[in-house]
Design a binder for this molecule. Structure first.
Ligand code: NAD
Length: 373
């Protein structure tokens, strides 16, 4: 049986992908994950005993550990999700981002190259390495336009710069060594198993606890929200049918301002768990979740708008998101309400939902750095 190696498979998107791959692909799934603050075996609880599942605790920036994975498991497919993924943390501490996102991706590519070059011709034909990336590498949009695969890279945070570097390495390994790499650039994901430092799970959990719902700046920054399972289906499709050496945008036609996202969550909670039935709110005299909204200082360098043109994936691979924002956000709120044990477990170690990423003064935005003004 073929082996699918999934780095970062204990994180948000990776764990959703592992669940999908075990259900849909006839493959042995090996997760390689360092279990940082963002990686949790609880997110894989449902598959730990699956006969086609193996977990390896390893750091992708550790050359020997990565080489051992290729030697021991001889993967046919590699999907690299492992990353430091939070822009705010990249502002406070960019070193870990360069180490994991750049050096880690490099070590994976190097190990893959050595492994690939030693394969017999028939096995070489099936090998694929998919680098999972983000639309943030394209920089920021003005009021109009969408990112296409030919939009020039213009990353503006340490996070997106580190992802951009990895993207360039992945494609360079195709052009230079003919290593069959593929690249996906996806918009913001939401859904089950997302660590509650990110906007949507943080808003849900703070709201339920009757805590302030922080909104950065004027709340008008726009992201193109995609339900995580749709992203995972897109990755599987690119892995199976994409052209090697090629790049695919994946996005949800789900542009929303941050205020609209918070309002949507509050509306679902008002319906599913009304404030009058929630002592955390009723004790404060709060009647609607929206009363918890609180505007806070903006993120330094906060990109204004992201929007994805995913027509290439639709045209060439017949990929379409199956969830719209309204149904996806409802499912997501329900998931967090139903999975209190997971929420408590992942926050137990060292996370108190504190504000992160205020480490720098905001530099001016130069017009040339903004697409589609
Ligand atoms: P996440 O932070 O939830 O998970 C990252 C996982 O990688 C964790 O399990 C962590 O333990 C693991 N990891 C971190 N450093 C590691 C290392 N050195 N070695 C091995 N494992 C390590 O991230 P996510 O939101 O699931 O994102 C997954 C990937 O998708 C990332 O590459 C990210 O850039 C990309 N992406 C994310 C989004 C989004 O909205 N979350 C959108 C587009 C692309």
């Amino acid at each position: 049986m073929d082996t699918l190696a999934v780095t970062g498979g204990a994180g948000f998107i990776g764990s959703n992908f592992v669940h999908l791959a075990l259900a849909q692909a006839d493959a042995h799934v090996v997760v390689i994950d360092a279990l940082t603050y963002a990686g949790h075996l609880e997110s894989l609880a449902g598959v730990r005993d699956h006969p086609r599942f193996t977990f390896v605790k390893a750091d992708i920036a550790d050359q020997a550990a990565v080489e051992a994975v290729f030697r021991d498991f001889q993967p046919r497919w590699v999907v690299n999700f492992a990353a430091e993924s939070h822009v705010d943390r990249s502002i406070d501490g960019p070193r870990a981002f360069v180490r994991t996102n750049v050096v880690g991706c490099f070590e994976l590519l190097e190990a893959a190259r050595g492994y690939y070059e030693g394969l017999p011709a028939a096995a070489r034909r099936g090998f694929r390495f998919l680098q999972v990336s983000t639309d943030e590498v394209y920089g920021t949009l003005g009021a109009t336009g969408l990112f296409t695969e030919s939009t020039p890279y213009a990353p503006r945070s340490p996070y997106s710069a580190s992802k951009a570097a990895a993207d360039h390495l992945a494609l360079a390994y195709w052009h230079t060594y003919a290593l069959p790499t593929l690249l996906t650039n996806c918009s913001n994901n939401y859904g089950p198993y997302q660590f509650p430092e990110k906007l949507i799970p943080l808003t849900i959990l703070n709201a339920v606890d009757g805590k302030p719902l922080p909104i950065y700046g004027d709340g008008q920054n726009i992201r193109d929200w995609l339900y995580v399972v749709d992203h995972c289906e897109g990755i599987l499709r690119v892995l199976q049918e994409g052209r090697t050496g090629d790049q695919y945008n994946i996005g949800g036609h789900g542009e929303r301002t941050n205020v609209q996202v918070v309002d949507a969550i509050c509306a679902v909670l008002d319906e599913l768990r009304p404030a009058r039935d929630n002592p955390a709110l009723s004790a404060q005299g709060i009647r609607r979740y929206g009363e918890l909204k609180q505007f806070v200082p903006d993120r330094p360098g906060h990109d204004r708008r992201y929007g994805i043109d995913a027509s290439k994936a639709r045209r060439e691979l017949r990929w379409e998101p199956r969830h719209d924002f309204d149904s996806g956000i409802r499912q997501t709120v329900c998931w967090y309400l139903d999975n209190g044990a997971w929420c408590a477990a992942v926050q137990a170690s060292n996370y108190g939902r504190q504000r992160l990423g205020l480490g720098a003064a905001q530099p001016p935005v130069t017009p040339s750095a903004v697409h589609g003004r």
